[in-house]
Design a protein around this ligand. Structure first.
Ligand SMILES: *Cc1c(COP(=O)(O)O)cnc(C)c1O
Length: 264
């Protein structure tokens, strides 16, 4: 039975496993690139949190990333995260597990809101009023707060999740989004901390700059409109474009392949 489980895990998880030295090297390089990008933009590199996206990586590799100094980890599917987070905690022990921060970066279905609330320290992907309301209902009366980012689709690509605020959506799209934000800010448990976006896949990272800039400008507009709310976090930038995102104001970059190697 143990062997069967090991075999299933080997098939399910990435076969391109990183060893601990390579992981440390990759993490150091990504951190240096973040620092350099922040300095170029006159920013304090300490404002930028690196979220290592460990989807498809087995628990052993995630534990190794933690031992290499990486405390913020991102997952994109609840089904994958439930057993993996438990396994990582078991590998590291209770004290270390305490200092891990788990980020939900992928699309969250409403029916998986409950386990997501239990598991994650920050949900980057609240993309509808209904999802926010579901989170509110699940935590109603508990007195706990659920920190979230609102995901927006700025490129208009149909394949992307998020509130639609691309130029193609026009003033109407923006008005609908601002209306939804006003509703979400009224919820007692849901704590908005900022915005998240996914840039289109392009060959030249420079092409993503207008998207990242638009996210920051949208944030600035929301912050002045809802002055008592907190829109300080901007989650943007992945392996191919995180330096441009940092130059444009990212406070969280979500990086997978540059740390863990290519996925299958
Ligand atoms: C996979 C994923 C990432 C990381 O992508 P890389 O290109 O491997 O850096 C970031 N954000 C989300 C939402 C993802 O699903």
């Amino acid at each position: 039975m143990q062997e069967l489980i090991a075999l299933c895990q080997a098939l399910y998880y990435n076969t391109n496993r990183m060893n601990e030295t390579d992981l440390k090297t990759n993490l150091d390089q990504v951190r240096q690139r973040i620092t350099a990008a922040a300095r170029r933009a006159g920013r304090d590199p300490g404002e930028v949190t690196l979220v290592a996206v460990s989807k498809t990586q087995p628990p052993e590799v995630v534990a190794a990333a933690y031992r290499a100094g990486q405390c913020h980890l991102g997952e994109n599917r609840v089904e994958e995260a439930v057993p993996k987070i438990a396994a990582v905690k078991a590998l590291l022990g209770p004290a270390e597990a305490q200092s891990l921060h788990w980020h939900m970066v992928g699309h969250l279905q409403r029916r998986k809101a409950q386990p997501a609330i239990e598991l994650f320290d920050l949900i980057h992907s609240v993309d509808s009023l209904r999802l926010a309301e579901r989170i509110e209902r699940m935590t109603a009366g508990s007195g706990r707060s659920v920190p979230v980012l609102l995901e927006v689709n700025l490129s208009g690509e149909a394949s992307k999740y998020g509130f639609s605020v691309s130029p193609a959506d026009g003033e109407g799209g923006r008005r609908a989004f601002v209306g939804a934000v006003a509703e979400i800010l009224r919820l007692a448990q849901v704590q908005v901390r900022g915005l998240m976006t996914m840039a289109p896949i392009v060959s030249d990272p420079e092409e993503t700059r207008p998207i990242f800039r638009a996210l920051r400008q949208l944030r600035d507009a929301l912050q002045s409109r809802f002055s008592r709310a907190d829109f300080s976090e901007l989650s943007m930038g992945m392996t191919d474009d995180f330096e441009v995102a940092v130059e444009e104001g990212a406070t969280m970059v979500r990086v997978g392949r540059a740390i863990f190697g290519p996925r299958r």
